[in-house]
Design a protein around this ligand. Structure first.
Ligand SMILES: Cc1cc2nc3c(=O)[nH]c(=O)nc-3n(C[C@H](O)[C@H](O)[C@H](O)COP(=O)(O)OP(=O)(O)OC[C@H]3O[C@@H](n4cnc5c(N)ncnc54)[C@H](O)[C@@H]3O)c2cc1C
Length: 377
C-alpha cells in the first residue's frame, strides 16, 4: 500500500519551493541578529527572495505565476520566519498587498500590478490607522471626491517595509464605505520614523502620513466577490510558527550544552524541563496542524477559511509567546545576554499576538461564537 502525503503538506510538485526557502533561510539566519541590532531593512534578503522566483510563483497562472498553493506558501513563510522574522514579515505584507491588488483590480490594473511584482517592484499595506487599531479593515478616515479620484488626508501606521515600497494597498472610507486603492508614493506622503521597537525591528513598520493624497479612481479596487483567501490572513499564523520553531531550537541547544554543577548532568535531563518541552512540542504541533488545516481550506477556496484563521492565528501566536518565554527560563542569565538568540526571539515573539487581528480580538469573536452555539443547543 502506498502512503499518500498528508493533505495539509505542500503538494509534491511544489516541494522544490520548500527546498529553495530552506536554502535561503540559512543565509537569512546568519544576519538576523545584526539586522535586529541595526533595525535596517533586510533588502538583500528580499532581493534574494525575488530572484529565487518565489514572488512571481504566488501569482495566479493567468498573470504569469504558478498559483503557488497556500500550503506551500505557509511552509515557506515558516522557514523564513524561523530564520529572520523581520524578512518574513515584510515579505508576507509584500505578497499580500501585491496579490490583493492583482485580485481586486480591474483587468488592466491587475496586469500592471502583476508585471510590477514580477519586475521586482515592492509592495506594502497602508491599512491600519492610529484610531482604528485592530479593526484595520474598517478605516475611519474619509477620502473626499476630487478630480480623478479621492483625496485622503490622515495617517496609516505600522506599514511594514514602507520606505522601500513602490506601491501601496491603501484603504479609506468613500461614501461611508471602506474602499481599497493601489497607490504609488508621491510627495504628499511623509514617512515618520516611529519604528524603534522591542521586536521585529528590521521590519521598519513606520507611520505614514497623507496630506491631500490623490487616490486615483482608475486604481480603485473592485468590490470583493465570493470567498477569496488573502495571503496575509493566511500567513500571519506562520510568522508565529516560525518564531516558535526558532525558540524551541534555541532553548534545546542551550539545555543540551549547559551542565548543572550539582548533578553534572545536562540541563536537558531535568524532569521539569522534559515536561515543559513536551508541553511546548504539543502546543506547537497543535498550532501547526490547525494552521495546516486553514491553508488546506484556502487551497479549496472554502468559505470556512476565514473562520479558521481566527483560530489558527491565536493558537500560533500563543505557542510562539509561550515557547519563547520557556526559552528565557531555560536560558537563565546566559539567555538574558544581548548576545543570545533567546532574548531576541522572546522580543520577536510578542509581535504576532498584537498584529491584527490580535489574540484578544480573535478570542472575543470565538468566545461569543462558542457561548452562543452552546446556548442554542
Ligand atoms: C510588527 C508589526 C507589523 C505590522 N505591519 C502592518 C502593515 O504592514 N500594514 C498595516 O496596515 N498594519 C500593520 N501592523 C498593524 C497591526 O496590524 C495592528 O493594526 C496594530 O498592531 C494594532 O495596534 P494598536 O496600537 O492600534 O492596538 P489596539 O488595537 O489599540 O490594541 C490594544 C489592545 O486592545 C485590544 N483590542 C483592540 N480592539 C479590541 C477588540 N475589538 N476586542 C478586544 N480587544 C481589543 C488588543 O488586543 C490589544 O490588547 C503591524 C503591526 C506590527 C506590530
Amino acid at each position: 500500500m502506498t502512503v499518500s502525503a498528508h493533505p495539509f503538506a505542500p503538494p509534491a510538485h511544489e516541494a522544490h519551493w520548500v527546498v529553495t526557502a530552506r536554502e535561503l533561510a540559512t543565509g537569512f539566519a546568519a544576519t538576523a541578529a545584526e539586522l535586529d541590532e541595526s533595525a535596517e531593512i533586510p533588502l538583500a534578503n528580499l532581493r534574494a527572495l525575488h530572484a529565487s522566483g518565489l514572488d512571481a510563483a504566488t501569482l495566479p497562472e493567468e498573470h504569469g505565476g504558478q498559483n503557488l498553493s497556500y500550503r506551500t506558501f505557509g511552509a515557506v513563510l515558516r522557514l523564513l520566519s524561523a530564520a529572520c522574522p523581520s524578512t518574513a514579515c515584510i515579505w508576507l505584507m509584500h505578497i499580500g498587498a501585491a496579490g490583493g491588488l492583482v485580485q481586486m483590480s480591474a483587468p488592466e490594473a491587475a496586469s500592471f500590478y502583476a508585471d510590477e511584482l514580477k519586475a521586482g517592484k515592492r509592495f506594502a499595506n497602508a491599512l491600519s490607522e492610529p484610531a482604528c487599531g485592530n479593526l484595520f479593515l474598517l478605516p475611519q478616515q474619509t477620502a473626499e471626491p476630487a478630480e480623478g479620484g479621492f483625496r485622503l488626508t490622515g495617517a496609516k501606521r505600522f506599514v511594514s517595509g514602507c520606505e522601500i515600497a513602490d506601491h501601496f494597498l491603501v484603504n479609506a472610507l468613500v461614501d461611508g464605505t471602506p474602499a481599497f486603492f493601489g497607490h504609488a508614493p508621491d510627495d504628499t506622503m511623509t514617512y515618520v520614523p516611529i519604528w524603534d521597537t522591542m521586536g521585529l525591528r528590521a521590519s521598519r513598520s513606520q507611520l505614514l502620513t497623507f496630506d491631500g493624497t490623490l487616490l486615483r479612481a482608475d486604481r480603485r479596487c473592485l468590490p470583493p466577490s465570493g470567498p477569496r483567501p488573502n495571503h496575509i490572513a493566511a500567513g500571519l499564523a506562520y510568522l508565529s510558527l516560525g518564531i516558535a520553531d526558532a525558540a524551541l531550537a534555541a532553548l534545546t541547544e542551550h539545555a543540551r550544552s549547559r551542565t548543572i554543577p550539582t548533578t553534572r548532568q545536562p540541563l536537558s535531563d531535568m524532569q521539569w524541563l522534559e515536561f515543559e518541552a513536551a508541553d511546548a512540542a504539543l502546543k506547537l504541533d497543535a498550532a501547526a496542524m490547525y494552521a495546516g488545516h486553514s491553508m488546506w481550506l484556502a487551497d479549496q477556496n472554502s468559505p470556512g477559511f476565514i473562520g479558521s484563521t481566527v483560530r489558527a492565528k491565536p493558537l500560533a501566536n500563543e505557542a510562539a509567546r509561550d515557547i519563547a518565554q520557556l526559552g528565557v527560563r531555560v536560558g537563565g542569565g546566559s539567555g538574558y545576554l544581548r548576545t543570545s538568540p533567546i532574548q531576541r526571539i522572546f522580543r520577536d515573539a510578542q509581535a504576532g499576538g498584537l498584529m491584527a487581528y490580535s489574540v484578544e480580538v480573535c478570542k472575543a469573536h470565538l468566545g461569543k461564537e462558542t457561548l452562543t452555539a452552546l446556548a442554542n443547543e
